[in-house]
Ligand binder design. Structure first.
Ligand code: GLU
Length: 499
């Protein structure tokens, strides 16, 4: 059977980072097996629909470099790929379920359902829900005469169509990660399949679509595991019990402290982005996002791929292509994985390093021109090479190298108080003087001069004088790159300010 997988987001808001990981595993499997990765927009819940959310999802995929084989934009033989354009299809499949007694009309008002729940709660019933027991005393096609059901429908009374779950039945299915899962239907309710607005619910539409789109593997987050027995039952009722997809439920991404699943609240609490890209739509406010923070798509892919999957080796840095080649379902993990932002940054550093000097120089120049700084490609590359170990995000190249173009405006008072004394003053003055008589300006000569200077305690001050900072890359390299004039002037300004 051909591998056909799907990512089926509901356009109800921005894409959570956990969903991106779900996309990846689906996409990797399809690519690896020469199968198809399908994007299906599950937009039948009009109450939760958010303007701009679909565009956000498409843009996130585009930024991540993931192109669906079939989808709303790509088209394909199993379309349309937006559930709101498939309403006629779902309507066709509901009638046989009603005819065979697997589904029934229900006319209960929200108030009546609430009253039923309250009664059950008062009686200390464990699952106060619309189920095989409680449906017996509600207003539905199972308790009402058929003529009355027809009359009420004809009279335009609002109704939903519910799935008739079997009483006290064990539903078993094999999950690709957990193995056999057994659920007693006593814990399950009679899910609504068709809402009063004539639109299908997620459960109904996704089962129909997974079947019609010939999905071979349903890879999704663990939060959908409790819904799977309902889906399995639906497959059986529809007569598709023998050709179900394989189910794979991915363990949760956990908060950095390991306490509970990763939520937007944690993102706010720990100050990291929760979404892949930012979006400025009035309906969809995403404040902190990975793209805008300066993450490279490859780095984010690499980081996420390893949160719940391992290659079976110690290799950590992968390209997208490498991840596809190495991917296998067997190496998906069973337990929740902590979302470690320090690790995300580390991956970004590694991927930026891998890009090399031309990319670094571009990052540098992009920022430099904003401050009207013009510089030669050769200097920029030298600066980038010098600061590359201190970079987490592309904009850091300029932040780390900016001091080459602007004389320091102030010095760290605490450092000066600690280090500035007669001896260090003498040292800096001696070095300053020595520089003036240097005939050649290179690493060796500057090093020799420093060695000949009484430098005890003076180096942090010298760095402060030249860069305005307490820490940074190798000072001799900095002096070489700054050149005679700037070095000389900056030390002179420093000595003057220190009196
Ligand atoms: N529309 C569901 C969601 O928003 C899809 C769940 C599934 O993959 O079955 O996540």
């Amino acid at each position: 059977m051909a591998v056909r997988v799907r990512f089926a987001p509901s356009p109800t808001g921005a894409l959570h980072i956990g969903s991106v990981r779900t996309i990846l595993y689906n996409y990797f499997l399809a690519q690896k097996e020469g199968g198809s990765f399908i994007l299906r927009i599950e937009d039948t819940d009009q109450k939760r629909w958010v303007a701009g959310a679909e565009a956000y999802i498409l843009e996130s995929l585009r930024w991540l470099g993931i192109v669906p084989d079939e989808g709303p934009q790509e088209g394909g033989a199993f379309g349309p790929y937006k559930q709101s354009e498939r309403i006629g299809i779902y309507q066709k499949y509901i009638q046989p379920l009603l005819d065979r007694g697997h589904a029934y009309y229900a006319f209960d008002t929200p108030a009546e359902i609430e009253a039923m729940r309250e009664r059950l709660k008062a009686a200390k019933v464990a699952n106060p829900q619309y189920n095989a027991t409680s449906r017996e005393w509600m207003r539905n096609g199972l308790t009402m005469p058929i003529e009355q059901v027809k009359e009420w429908i004809a009279a335009g009374k609002p109704y939903v169509i519910r799935l008739k779950m079997p009483h006290k039945t064990l539903i078993r299915f094999r999950d690709g990660i957990r193995g056999w899962v057994k659920v007693d239907t006593t814990a399950l309710d009679d899910k609504v399949l068709m809402k009063s607005d004539g639109l299908p619910t997620y459960h109904f539409a996704s089962v129909i679509d997974d079947h019609l789109m010939q999905i071979s593997h349903v890879i999704r987050g663990e939060e959908w595991l409790p819904s799977t027995p309902i889906h399995i039952w639906l497959y059986r009722c529809l007569g598709w019990g023998d050709i179900m997809p394989q189910f794979i439920h991915l363990p949760l991404l956990l908060a950095p402290d390991g306490q509970g699943k990763l939520s937007k609240r944690h993102a706010d609490q720990y100050g990291f982005p929760a979404f892949p890209i930012a979006w400025n739509s009035p309906d969809l406010t995403v404040e902190k996002a990975f793209r805008e923070a300066g993450y490279l798509p490859e780095a984010l892919l690499n980081f996420l791929a390893l949160l719940g999957w391992n290659p079976g080796t110690h290799q950590e840095i992968f390209t997208k292509k490498g991840l596809i080649e190495a991917f296998s379902l067997e190496r998906l993990g069973k337990s929740g994985v902590k979302f470690d932002m320090a690790k995300a940054k580390w991956f970004n550093q590694q991927h930026i390093k891998k890009q090399g000097p031309t990319a670094w120089a571009n990052y540098f120049i992009t920022e430099a021109v904003q401050e009207n700084v013009v510089c030669s490609q050769q200097d920029v590359i030298a600066i980038c090479n010098l600061v590359k170990d201190r970079i987490t995000f592309p904009k850091d190249f300029w932040q780390e190298g900016r001091f080459f173009f602007f004389d320091p405006v102030d010095y760290n008072a605490e450092l000066i108080q600690k280090k500035w004394n007669h001896q260090t003053k003498e040292g800096i003055m001696a070095f300053h003087k020595g520089l003036a008589s240097l005939v050649e300006w290179n690493r060796n000569k500057i090093k020799q001069l420093l060695e000949a200077t009484p430098i005890s305690g003076m180096m942090p001050l010298l760095r402060m004088a030249l860069t305005g900072k307490m820490a940074g890359p190798d000072l001799i390299e900095i002096i070489v790159l700054l050149g005679t004039k700037k070095t000389h002037t900056r030390i002179a300004i420093f000595l003057e300010q220190m009196g």
